[in-house]
Design a protein around this ligand. Structure first.
Ligand SMILES: NC(=O)C1=CN([C@@H]2O[C@H](COP(=O)(O)OP(=O)(O)OC[C@H]3O[C@@H](n4cnc5c(N)ncnc54)[C@H](OP(=O)(O)O)[C@@H]3O)[C@@H](O)[C@H]2O)C=CC1
Ligand SMILES: Nc1nc(=O)c2c([nH]1)NC[C@@H]1CN(c3ccc(C(=O)N[C@@H](CCC(=O)O)C(=O)O)cc3)C=[N+]21
Length: 367
């Protein structure tokens, strides 16, 4: 809490200075002067669907490839999702502060958790902490694991009607006895910051249409690619997994960025043959070490969404997290790889806050 307040104060000071100096939004770095150890980075605007024909990248698309040698050494750049997410969060904190100063309002996120899954508790805790760090108001409702569908619907309806709430997150998966589809249908489209509502997914899939929100994990993956200078347009991409929350929307989003996309799932024959043709591989299967080094084309860029707990008595909680990619092999073949933890996970949270901020701006007509 103390840390969050200190961060907010520093952000406020940095934002004030930026505003005083009339710093243009294209400026990449604002040095706070007051504390050199805490530069506030103003990053390029986040993934939007207003796609230019030629997508601008920060560096040459072959930047990573040129560093690739096929040997036993590590050749891949490590894409640091934690630090990129930190930059984005600083920018969000600045915007939240600006909103508070100008109209006296802040964005509000409601989180609903049903049951007591340990992984869900960790993710939810991280989300609430991230809200605190950026000045976003959060409201948490925990329901018993065997509660009735009506109870979840009532909580959702209450948040739908609350004008101080701009985003609602229903932590998934729900316990088996609850009808996820039926419950998600109740969520107000304008507050669906996860982007899971069928209308949001439908609009993402259809050319020329704009969803109100892009799902957080897919948006985080594209953001990582773009900020690492990886060109997407015209590239061959393979997405492993086709779930409603990760695989499917990621393949749709890559397509909107003009990649040629193949989807690999549990029934795909010879998945390694398809995967090893890809310039960009996004894995979201939930299978540890599924993707081996020989599944990858030399120089490919690998985004590992998988977050799988592996028993490990030497770790603090008796387990450690691993991705879907055999990391030690991938770093010898790929040109860039995301680590787990510290890759896509923190970006998912940053994108959730970004969607919540966008939603509040829309609600208050604040630009
Ligand atoms: N870092 C982050 O922010 C997030 C991480 N995750 C992680 O991502 C992973 C996937 O999550 P989620 O999409 O919810 O999982 P789901 O279980 O809903 O979906 C898994 C998908 O992977 C496919 N699949 C399973 N096994 C294989 C296999 N052997 N070969 C090819 N495809 C396979 C399934 O295919 P089929 O459809 O045929 O069954 C399915 O489409 C998990 O590890 C999860 O923890 C999830 C969300 C966010
Ligand atoms: N409605 C809904 N929306 C979601 O976005 C959603 C969900 N339900 N259910 C579960 C999945 C999973 N997910 C993650 C979020 C953050 C990390 C994350 O921050 N991971 C850290 C590690 C966290 C740890 O230490 O356990 C990292 O990779 O560095 C991981 C996974 C969101 N999901």
């Amino acid at each position: 809490m103390m840390l969050a307040r200190t961060m907010m104060r520093r952000v406020a000071a940095a934002c004030k200075k930026g505003v005083r100096n009339g710093t243009p939004s294209t400026t990449r770095t604002i040095n706070t002067q007051m504390d050199d150890s805490y530069p506030i980075l103003i990053s390029p605007s986040l993934v939007s669907l207003d796609l230019p024909d030629i997508w601008p990248t920060n560096s040459s698309p072959n930047e990573f490839r040129s560093t690739c040698r096929c040997s036993n050494e590590q050749t891949a750049a490590i894409i640091d999702g934690k630090s990129i997410a930190g930059e984005i969060m600083s920018r969000i904190a600045c915007e939240v502060w600006r909103m508070k100063e100008s109209i006296g309002r802040v964005p509000g996120l409601a989180v609903i958790m049903v049951g007591q899954r340990r992984d869900s508790q960790t993710y939810v805790r991280n989300k609430i902490k991230a809200c605190e760090e950026t000045g976003i108001k959060s409201s948490m409702t925990e329901l018993h694991g065997n509660c009735k569908e009506d109870e979840v619907v009532n909580v959702l309806s209450r948040f739908n009607a609350d004008p101080s709430i701009h985003g609602i997150l229903l932590q998934l998966p729900l316990p088996q006895h609850l009808d996820e589809e039926k419950i998600l249908d109740v969520m107000s489209l304008e507050k669906d910051v996860d982007g899971f509502h069928p209308l949001n997914i439908g609009n993402l899939a259809m050319r020329g249409r704009q969803p109100l929100f892009i799902p957080c994990t897919p948006k985080g993956c594209i953001e990582l690619l773009m900020r690492s200078g990886v060109e997407i347009m015209g590239k061959k991409a393979v997405v492993i997994g086709r779930s409603n929350i990760v695989g499917l929307p990621t393949s749709l989003l890559l397509q909107r960025h003009h990649a040629t996309v193949s989807i690999v799932h549990a029934f795909t024959k010879n998945p390694e043959q398809i995967t090893c043709e890809a310039d960009i591989v996004v894995t979201a299967a939930g299978v540890p070490n599924l993707v081996r080094g020989n599944w990858l084309k030399p120089g490919a860029v690998v985004i590992d969404v998988g977050t799988n707990p592996i028993e490990d008595p030497s770790c603090e909680f008796g387990y450690r997290l691993t991705g879907d990619v055999c990391y030690e092999e991938a770093v010898r073949v790929a040109s860039a790889v995301t680590p787990v933890p510290g890759g896509v996970g923190p970006m998912t949270i940053a994108m959730l806050l970004s969607n919540t901020l966008d939603s509040a701006k829309r609600a208050y007509d604040f630009t």
